[in-house]
Design a protein around this ligand. Structure first.
Ligand code: IPE
Ligand code: IPE
Ligand code: MG
Length: 242
């Protein structure tokens, strides 16, 4: 059990845009990469706490399709960090009964990283205590574009009829097929935008933006955010109940 007092109840699926690592490091006179390294500590801590908090699905934005625009040094550093994280955490994640899945376009990632991702998915595929989804080289528009290409191919092959295209079938062609839509999206570090994160899946998600940088987003802040979420009235288009 986590030693922190958990929320009253929880969102089933929490998605996080872990932002502010670079600024956190720069403000301390450190290299941006040091912020990413510190950010991994927060990921580890949150993953461990999720089951105690009643969270069944956690999706984290690790690298966007737009992040290739960063310096080669930072991109390489991040890719090394992803490899190190997977290698270092695989056993613990599996022991903690976490099922890990990756979403995004893997084809642009190096072969070694792709291999580690596939291995971790395979190793943890039977686990059910927490579903951790890591968005790596993920972009919402890119995901929808790839899904539409696959759907068009299925139609051409006679495996899908145009009239069978529905919200449900589109969802099934996305990288997140089998994963319920997020209830809550948290974005740290004071930016008020979604940056192409799960646009289809978050059509009805609640958003909470916080000023805290991701490396400082400790469990205390997580609980505060989850309690804020609990105070929200989710109407899904229906009449207000209070
Ligand atoms: C988020 O932190 C992590 C990634 C995008 C990989 P940033 O690196 O975007 O940090 P800031 O926004 O520059 O401070
Ligand atoms: C979003 O953060 C991507 C991740 C957290 C991985 P960015 O820092 O890349 O987003 P922008 O550039 O501020 O929109
Ligand atoms: Mg950022």
């Amino acid at each position: 059990m986590s030693d922190i007092q958990g929320p009253d109840k929880s969102a089933r699926h929490v998605a996080v845009i872990m932002d502010g690592n670079g600024r956190w490091a720069t403000a301390r006179g450190l290299e941006r990469l040091k912020g990413h390294v510190k950010g991994v500590d927060r990921v580890r801590e949150l993953v461990r706490a999720c089951p105690d908090f009643g969270i069944e699905y956690l999706t984290i934005f690790a690298f966007s399709t737009e992040n290739w625009k960063r310096s080669e040094r930072e991109v390489t550093g991040l890719m090394n960090l992803f490899r190190r994280y997977i290698r270092g955490e695989a056993e613990t994640l599996n022991k903690d009964k976490v099922r890990v899945r990756f979403i995004g376009d893997r084809s642009r990632l190096d072969a070694k990283l792709q291999g580690l991702m596939a291995e971790l998915e395979k190793l943890t595929e039977k686990n059910t205590r927490l579903n951790l989804t890591v968005a790596l080289n993920y972009g919402g528009r890119d995901e929808i574009t790839r899904a539409v290409q696959r759907m068009a191919k299925a139609v051409k092959l006679g495996m899908l009829k145009p009239e069978e295209i529905s919200e449900a079938s589109i969802s099934n062609f996305l990288d997140t097929a089998d994963i319920p839509d997020p209830d809550l999206v948290i974005r740290t570090s004071g930016e008020y935008r979604t940056s192409n994160f799960l646009p289809w899946q978050c059509a009805y998600a609640e958003y909470i933006f916080t000023e805290t940088a991701w490396p400082d987003f400790t469990l205390k802040e997580v609980v505060k955010t989850l309690n804020d979420y609990n105070g929200r009235d989710r109407r899904f288009g229906a009449t207000a109940i209070r």
